[in-house]
Design a protein. Structure first.
Length: 306
């Protein structure tokens, strides 16, 4: 007699046992890994945490910011992350990876060739005597870093961006998790920087957001230098739109492109505008050119606006 196929395991008393269902958080983590989140560089990089209608949201507003240099959107989970990204972008590094997942175990594709073995977060937590975040007993949770900046010499800066109030009111558990993150980057010889909103005064933040369109300037360094050179020759007390228009005429650019170049210079701190003024182009703008040395390596990367 042929028996029908079994549809599940049976208990000793003959009752069928229900298949074990994975927790929703574990299914979500496995799905993110399968989607290749946190893998790649440049335009191919996919942030591990992404802004979704029903997804994770951080304190404050989240921002999807398109970067024409990398040809992809950046997923920034708060106003602080947006301002921190713009500050880091001003150094014109080679890559920016936000919401970067930290390797739980030893193998790390980013740091395969360093002299000393890079440790995973589970091993670091064990060494520190800290309980690693987990979803189930056998499934450690993936931790992330807010932003990893990579320079042309392949050096890196890891940035942890949290509001000052959150840092002052952090629980012992939150402090322990930040220590794991710090030790993770230390084992990779990567500078770890903690950033809060203190350097971003209201005036500075308003200027950075106003100048966002400057990210789309793509006419090159020579054209930018020409615009700024002619701009510095215009009367400093004249309305800003007249000064930009005169520089545009002198360089053969249209007014809109000259404004974009001016915004690019503001974002990159090559032109410094007095803080606190109304950002109305028909008004005079107390401002001047700036000679800030380019940051070519993590070794010369310092604190915010230093």
């Amino acid at each position: 007699m042929k028996l029908p196929p079994s549809r599940g395991l049976s208990t000793p008393d003959g009752a069928r046992a229900r298949p074990v269902k994975k927790p929703a958080e574990l299914r979500r983590q496995e799905r993110h890994v399968a989607q290749g989140r946190g893998v790649g560089t440049g335009s191919s990089y996919k942030p591990y945490i992404q802004i979704e209608r029903s997804g994770f949201q951080s304190r404050g507003r989240s921002h999807l910011l398109f970067n024409p240099q990398l040809e992809r959107h950046h997923h920034l989970l708060s106003d602080l992350e947006l301002l921190t990204f713009l500050w880091a972008w001003s150094f014109q590094a080679s890559d920016y990876r936000e919401q970067l997942p930290l390797q739980r175990f030893e193998l790390d594709p980013l740091f395969l060739f360093q002299p000393k073995r890079a440790l995973g977060t589970t091993e670091i937590a064990r060494a520190l005597g800290i309980k690693h975040p987990s979803i189930t007993k056998n499934d450690p949770k993936i931790m992330t870093t807010d932003l990893l900046v990579t320079f042309s010499d392949r050096s890196h800066v890891a940035i942890h961006a949290k509001y000052r109030k959150e840092q002052l009111e952090a629980s012992d558990r939150q402090i322990d998790l930040k220590l794991i993150e710090k030790q993770y980057w230390r084992s990779r010889h990567v500078k770890f920087l903690v950033v809060d909103e203190t350097p971003y005064t209201e005036g500075r933040a308003n200027q950075m957001v106003w100048a966002l369109d400057g990210m789309f300037w793509n006419e090159g360094d020579a054209a930018l230098a020409a615009i700024l050179r002619y701009l510095s020759l215009t009367p400093p007390r004249a309305p800003m739109n007249e000064r930009i228009d005169a520089a545009a005429y002198a360089t053969g650019l249209c007014f809109e492109d000259a404004v974009r170049a001016f915004k690019f210079a503001m974002l990159n701190r090559k032109w410094v505008v007095q803080l606190g003024i109304e950002l109305v182009l028909s008004d005079p703008w107390p401002s001047r050119p700036s000679r800030i040395a380019p940051v070519l390596s993590a070794r010369s990367f310092k604190g915010v606006f230093t």
